[in-house]
Ligand binder design. Structure first.
Ligand code: FES
Ligand code: FE2
Length: 367
């Protein structure tokens, strides 16, 4: 399987990339950021709206991030040209005439999960991805510290669907079946199976959780992962977290975000924070072990096994994404598929693998 968009640092797929926490950009402030090989200036106007532009001023190239906000426009620090949210220059203090080309590329933005997100086009065809069960609900969000991995974000994202490593790296006995659904630029992997019943810990887990366990990973645009844990269990509510990915140079910045629905009253608030804490605990338990892999990997898809079917599907999905204007080159056309690993995309099930331990399944999934 040769790489086209997947694991290709010269191509940035269209999608929502996180910029910074919303609270970092107060009304009347402007900042610029390096992301996806670009320099992007974002500013919040008097109306509270966030706007994003290519950062370099078309006059002499000053970074608009060091400028200032004037109403709902950003004014360049150097000679005070002012740009609106469409990227059009609206004012040049030393003359009345606005020359052709006095404009910069604007980008769609959205605020969600406590973050500002940017899409590499003026208009985005979709909003930032959501969990089905949380749609339309008020959320409680906890933002964790970002971390950096020394590989492409497409590689980090494999961790969430690599079933084998739950056994080999995290020593978790796993018996999971995969089902998969793709809709446009979003793909859902659900891994589910029986809880084992061979020792007292497993029996205790079955008594609490019931006989089955499942987790699902929704990938959106190959740059955002939405993990739902504790599915198909009896007593515990589902736990939700997001992994937002952003390429910076040859590394990936990963932003973990924990979310749950808001609950009424003091007890509800305590419950929400308890669940968020549990989510974080699950993620932290095994993150370090995964780091050893992703900081040193030279990824290859040449020798994948049938058990790696989720990864084959994931790679195909990524290669079907749309390159953005931020790409440094266009992808090569896909070669003809060959061999048994070129499974078709819609929906399928792999064979069962091995065993599951309950607490563990919440873990070992993060990038
Ligand atoms: S460089 Fe921006 S106004 Fe001159
Ligand atoms: Fe892991």
């Amino acid at each position: 399987m040769s790489s086209t968009i997947f694991n290709n640092p010269d191509i940035v797929a269209k999608g929502w990339y996180f910029v910074c926490a919303s609270q970092l950009l107060s009304i009347g402030s402007v900042k610029s950021f390096a992301l996806c090989g670009q320099r992007i200036a974002i500013f919040r106007g008097d109306d509270g709206q966030v706007r994003a532009l290519d950062a370099y001023c078309p006059h002499m190239g000053t970074d608009l991030g060091i400028g200032s906000v004037d109403g709902n426009q950003v004014r360049c620090f150097f000679h005070h040209w002012a740009f609106d949210g469409e990227g059009q220059c609206q004012d040049i203090p030393c003359q009345d005439h606005i020359p052709l080309g006095a404009q910069v590329q604007p980008y769609a933005t959205q605020e969600k999960y406590g973050f500002i997100w940017i899409y590499p086009d003026k208009v985005a065809p979709t909003t930032v991805a959501e969990f089905d069960e949380l749609k339309g609900q008020e959320l409680v969000v906890v933002v964790d510290k970002p971390l950096t991995r020394q590989c492409h974000h497409h590689i980090c994202m494999i961790n969430g669907i690599d079933v084998q490593h739950l056994q080999t790296v995290h020593h978790l006995p796993v018996d999971l079946e995969l089902s998969l659904q793709q809709q446009g630029e979003q793909i859902d992997f659900t891994l589910s199976g029986e809880l084992l019943n061979t020792n007292w810990r497993e029996r205790l887990a079955r008594a609490i959780l019931g006989p089955r366990y499942a987790y699902s990973m929704r990938y959106a645009h190959g740059c955002l992962g939405l993990l739902t844990m504790m599915q198909e269990v009896r007593w515990l509510p589902k736990l939700y977290m997001l992994y937002a990915y952003r390429p910076v140079g040859n590394t990936t910045v990963i932003q973990p975000i924990y979310v749950t629905q808001k609950r009424a009253g003091l007890l509800g608030a305590v419950m929400a924070h308890l669940l968020l804490w549990l989510t974080r605990l699950s993620y932290y338990a095994l993150r370090g072990e995964d780091g050893k892999i992703y900081d040193n990997i030279r990824f290859s898809t040449e020798r994948l096994l049938p058990v790696d079917a989720p990864i084959v599907h994931y790679v195909k999905y990524v290669n079907g994404l749309v390159p953005s204007r931020w790409s440094r080159s266009l992808p090569k056309p896909l070669p003809r598929e060959r061999g048994t690993l070129s499974a078709s995309s819609e929906s399928f099930e792999t064979e069962s693998l091995s065993v599951v331990s309950p607490a563990s399944l919440a873990e070992g999934i993060g990038g």
